[in-house]
Design a protein around this ligand. Structure first.
Ligand code: AQP
Length: 333
């Protein structure tokens, strides 16, 4: 039987999940599970790269599993697990960290953005070396495709470079070269209060949170920053606010941006447009929130994570053994 290709992705439990995470990641994940062997995990080790309250980290981790299931991930089709439950991630990280250059890591946009906000003396090594752990996450599973939003594609590119470097160095196909896959619409949802900035869970300004009360969501959308003029047109430079709302509407309606523009042709009041966007977001999030609550109450999360960790460990440990052998670490036969 021909082996299925593998898809892998994750979310860091660093903050309450946003509509950006839903559109750019969560919703995309379940599209892979029928045709790919799919691995979706909670990147809890990555969440330690910036200070985080332990109780919040724990409850947020559980929340994300419930969100995965509510978004349609089926544990019979997708291996769902916690990164820290599979020790091979940390072990491969401590090997690969020797093959990634400081120059490469210092060029990562996300590191530059996040470290800028910190006191120079207090930037954790983990924040700097974060992509090495992400590279390990991806390469352990011989991943073919990595569904991600815009901000993570640079890290996947670096993963390809390192996989290639290792293959060249050891003259064998040790690792597969993975490919980032972005959603065609909605790879970068922007803040509602400042559409020049990404909607981000660790810098929550102008965010819609997946757990927000539906009335709060409506209010947030109705007061989203827009632009002068009255046409509903996609123009990121001159109409970033309208373009962002149009993107949200199009992606949640499974339409292209052009079709969404056509849909709003003739609408000249931003208020009417915003109401339609709010209705659409609520139409999608209402049943989603309901499912999420039912899953949290059902008590299935521990079992899903236990089963997932077993399946993931088996595959990850195989790759780890191969790497250890290749680089010369002693392995008992
Ligand atoms: N605004 C966004 N639009 C589209 N996709 C997004 N993603 C995040 N924000 C948006 C995608 O969600 C996935 C999980 O993200 P992550 O947890 O790895 O963290 P991130 O990429 O760094 O996103 P955040 O929300 O900004 O988290 P913090 O601030 O904690 O780092 C990824 O596929 C991401 O692209």
């Amino acid at each position: 039987m021909e082996e299925r290709k593998r898809a892998l992705s994750a979310i860091k439990p660093t903050g309450n999940l946003t509509l950006g995470n839903y559109i750019g990641a969560l919703r995309e994940f379940s599209k892979f599970q029928d045709n790919y062997e799919t691995f979706i995990f909670i990147a809890d080790l990555h969440a330690l790269t910036l200070p985080i309250d332990p109780a919040f980290l724990r409850s947020n981790t559980k929340d994300i599993v419930a969100f995965y299931l509510a978004a349609g991930l089926d544990p019979n089709k997708t291996t769902i697990f916690l990164q820290s439950d599979v020790s091979a991630h940390a072990e491969l990280n401590s090997i690969l960290i020797n093959y990634v250059y400081m120059g490469e890591l210092s060029r990562m946009t996300q590191f530059k953005d996040k470290s800028q906000k910190l006191n120079k003396e207090a930037i954790g090594v983990g924040l700097f070396a974060y992509p090495v752990l992400m590279i390990s996450d991806i390469l352990l599973y011989n991943t073919d495709v990595v569904p991600v939003g815009d901000d993570q594609t640079q890290h996947v590119e670096l993963t390809r470079d390192i996989a290639h470097r290792m293959n060249e160095r050891y003259k064998k196909e040790l690792f597969k070269l993975p490919q980032a896959i972005k959603p065609s619409v909605g790879a970068r949802i922007m803040s509602l209060s400042d559409p020049s900035k990404k909607m981000s869970k660790s810098d929550p300004k102008g965010d819609i949170f997946l757990k927000d009360d539906l009335n709060v969501i409506r209010k947030k959308i109705m007061s989203a920053v827009t632009d002068t003029g009255h046409e509903i047109k996609y123009d990121q430079e001159n109409k970033p606010g309208i373009s962002n709302l149009l993107t949200i509407y199009a992606s949640l309606s499974n339409m292209s941006i052009q079709d969404a523009e056509k849909h709003f042709e003739g609408v000249t009041q931003y208020g009417e447009f915003k109401k339609a966007v709010a209705d659409k977001v609520i139409e999608v999030l209402e049943p989603f929130q309901q499912k999420y609550k039912e899953i949290l109450q059902s008590g299935i999360i521990d079992k899903v994570l236990d089963d997932g960790a077993k399946k993931a460990s088996y595959i990850a440990n195989k790759t780890l053994r191969k790497v250890k052998k290749t680089v010369g670490l002693y392995i008992h036969e």
